[in-house]
Design a protein around this ligand. Structure first.
Ligand SMILES: Nc1nc2c(c(=O)[nH]1)N[C@H]1C(S)=C(S)[C@@H](COP(=O)(O)OP(=O)(O)OC[C@H]3O[C@@H](n4cnc5c(N)ncnc54)[C@H](O)[C@@H]3O)O[C@H]1N2
Ligand code: MOO
Length: 406
């Protein structure tokens, strides 16, 4: 029996996973989920250092002419200390000499022979970068289940960490069933269509960080589907599409049932994609999406992505949203929660017009979805909506003014 969207989300969010880990170079860790805590073993800066090319001085000497007694470069292990009315020439990043209480940028002094005279106002401790002001020893830098991105790699590298423990990528197997389907590289006849779902979910699961295998296309028979499933039981997740409905050739359900399939979801009260099935055989989860391409892609965006976040080992499993307004009036039939794709241009969200569940044309020009409550019948232009981003490298073909605020 079909269950509510919230119940489906709860079931998926609470599945048990057995995460395996591996230790990899940090350069390869981008988009992976961290399987260890990372605690800072050294402070950053490691020592008080200069933020400017200039002169290290004793603040109270700022009105006097100061004799240049030494030069320190970044990386020098210089031990010279400042004495009254002296200064030391210093480069950005170099450790400040003992007694330093201000750095004077080069351009703010006049040099007379081997002395400097300061031309500008000086604040005590200006341009000194203090030990630990960025990172303190013992501070937690990365948590278990955090996703590693380039900026976390900055943290790791800045601590001299070369390898990191991450969860193994989940293994996902994708196949489709349907006698009418041929793969995109096969010859087809007039009564046949290309299988666009399998390449779609292979691509999407890869984008989302999974290790994906395509195992072929099942003929519409219980035996054929069983064989494909049995061959895939070392995977964490099998994603299939088609064969979930009530047609005379919809064998997927029967095949699963003959394989001790534990049903966790048998239909979701949502439009499109109601006949979605989710369950497991042994330790392998199975997401059986409807055959209709838009329906299956939208269901994958809403539920499949949560599932993959879980299988990746991420702690971020709750879809987040952006509030914006819709660009035009919208009418719908109430009664079922509806997923609608559309385009958010940074200011407003425009709902896709062509969005029948069997279509393929629209998602390629959408960047987000909304999930509308079953009570909604009408939304006026400028009504608030909550959009869930699909893929966000948020650039635009149009030039946008992101500098001016009114
Ligand atoms: N009597 C009823 N008929 C249908 C119902 C229903 O409740 N009662 N539900 C409809 C809904 S909703 C959906 S969704 C579909 C689900 O059907 P299946 O999952 O069994 O999928 P198929 O029948 O195999 O295919 C549906 C449609 O999608 C095309 N398709 C399938 N696989 C692919 C693929 N890999 N790539 C591209 N296109 C694919 C297929 O050719 C069909 O046009 O059932 C409704 N019927
Ligand atoms: O899943 Mo069906 O495509 O709701 O129309």
């Amino acid at each position: 029996m079909a269950i509510s969207v919230n119940d489906a989300i709860n079931i998926i969010s609470n599945i048990k996973t057995t995460l395996k880990y591996e230790i990899i170079p940090i350069e390869d860790a981008v988009n992976r989920i961290c399987a260890q805590e990372v605690i800072a073993s050294s402070s950053l800066p490691k020592f008080d250092n200069s933020a400017m090319d200039g002169y290290a001085i004793i603040y109270n000497n700022k009105e006097n002419e100061l004799e240049i007694i030494d030069t320190i470069f970044a990386g020098d292990d210089n031990k010279t200390a400042l004495k009254e009315n002296t200064c030391i020439k210093i480069m950005t990043g170099a450790r400040v000499p003992l007694n330093t209480t201000a750095i004077i940028p080069k351009e703010d002094v006049k040099t007379i022979d081997n002395k400097i005279k300061i031309l500008e106002n000086v604040k005590e401790f200006q341009h000194v970068r203090f030990i630990g002001e960025d990172i303190k020893t013992g501070e937690k830098l990365i948590d278990i289940a955090d996703e590693i991105n380039f900026a976390k790699i900055t943290l790791l590298a800045s601590q001299g960490i070369s390898h990191i423990k991450v969860y193994k990528k989940p293994k996902i197997v994708v196949f489709s069933s349907g006698e009418e389907l041929k793969l995109h590289y096969q010859k087809i006849q007039d009564h046949q269509i290309y299988n666009s779902n399998t390449p779609t979910f292979i691509a999407r699961a890869k984008e989302l960080g999974c290790d994906v295998t395509f195992i072929g296309q099942a003929k519409d028979s219980i035996e054929a589907i069983k064989e494909l499933v049995l061959n895939s039981l070392d995977a964490d997740l099998i994603v299939t599409s088609g064969g979930v409905s009530v047609g005379d050739a919809d064998f997927t359900k029967d095949a699963f049932n003959e394989l001790d399939f534990e049903t966790l979801i048998d239909g979701i009260k949502i439009k499109p994609g109601k006949p979605t099935i989710f369950g497991k055989i042994n330790n392998t989860y199975i997401l059986n999406l409807p055959g209709n391409p838009l329906a299956s892609a939208l269901i994958f965006e809403l539920f499949g992505k949560i599932l993959i976040q879980k299988l990746l080992g991420s702690s971020e499993i709750n879809p987040n949203y952006i509030e914006t307004n819709i660009s035009e009036d919208f009418k719908t039939r109430k009664g079922r929660i509806t997923i609608i794709p559309g385009y958010f241009n940074g200011q407003e969200f425009t709902l896709a017009r062509k969005r029948s569940p069997g279509m393929v044309s629209i998602l390629s020009s959408c960047n987000s979805i909304i999930v509308l409550d079953e009570k909604v019948e009408f939304l006026g232009k400028n009504s608030k909506v909550k959009i869930l981003p699909i893929n966000w490298k948020f650039f635009s073909k149009d030039k946008k003014d992101f500098l001016t605020y009114e």
